[in-house]
Design a protein around this ligand. Sequence first.
Ligand SMILES: Nc1nc2c(ncn2[C@@H]2O[C@H](COP(=O)(O)OP(=O)(O)OP(=O)(O)O)[C@@H](O)[C@H]2O)c(=O)[nH]1
Ligand SMILES: [Mg+2]
Length: 257
Amino acid sequence: MLGDVFRAIARADLVVEVLDSREPDLTRSRYVEEKVVKMGKKLLIAINKGDLVPLEVLKGWKNYFESFEGIPAVYLAANQHAGTKVLRDRMKEILKGSGIVCFVGYPKTGKSSIINALKGRHSASTSSHPFSYGYTRGVQLFRIDNKLMALDTPGVIPPDGSELERAIRGANVDELENPVKVAIELIKRVETFNPSAFKEAYGLDYSNPFELLERLALKRGWVYKSDKEPNVDEAAKALIRNYHDGKIRYYVPPPKV
Ligand SMILES: Nc1nc2c(ncn2[C@@H]2O[C@H](COP(=O)(O)OP(=O)(O)OP(=O)(O)O)[C@@H](O)[C@H]2O)c(=O)[nH]1
Ligand SMILES: [Mg+2]
């Protein structure tokens, strides 16, 4: 799988690494970044899901990447088509006109959403390429306009890292060993940055993470047939999926430069 991504990078002139604005540090792959540089490709960071985070924080992360790490960066919210023009202009500027751009990043950071937003309504509706959300399987080539082509790649997660990190990096919930344990860790982490994140998302009151899962299960009608107890496993998976789908608002502040 990672081999497919590197073969796609080899075909491109510029690589855009897509990060989740809530967790830019945990959703970036220094391994892939180093590989991109070694392969002689240009790198641009796109901080996506910007609608979930205050503008000052987005600017702070952009400044951190550009000033401290020397990597050009833009922020955007693909699902609202906000910031896509800035991204398109920045890509053309780096490419000095035209070329092939390869989008990489962990699953669920929004690679396919960005490409779809870049294509715009007109070309998307006339495109013969099948476009779908959900996990992108193979590498696909799209035309953005008469200057830019985009390679969409599947998100790949290295096997190292804790289950919590894997969940934040978009791991398929059905591949997590213990979704309830991971969901509880995720709730605790998010609440250290935004104590009311889940109350805002679900409108539920609770006194601890496990109780949140129970309340969520009952609200959705997920109970075990045998004893009518809340199905917390189902609730845990749903919560992690909602997290991936950008329903939970919080942010990790950028490092002080
Ligand atoms: N809130 C918010 N959600 C977004 C944004 N962009 C994408 N999403 C959501 O994030 C989820 C994943 O989006 P995709 O575009 O499929 O992500 P991907 O990186 O292509 O995922 P893989 O193909 O699995 O690697 C979807 O539920 C999108 O609706 C955004 O800017 N803001
Ligand atoms: Mg995709």
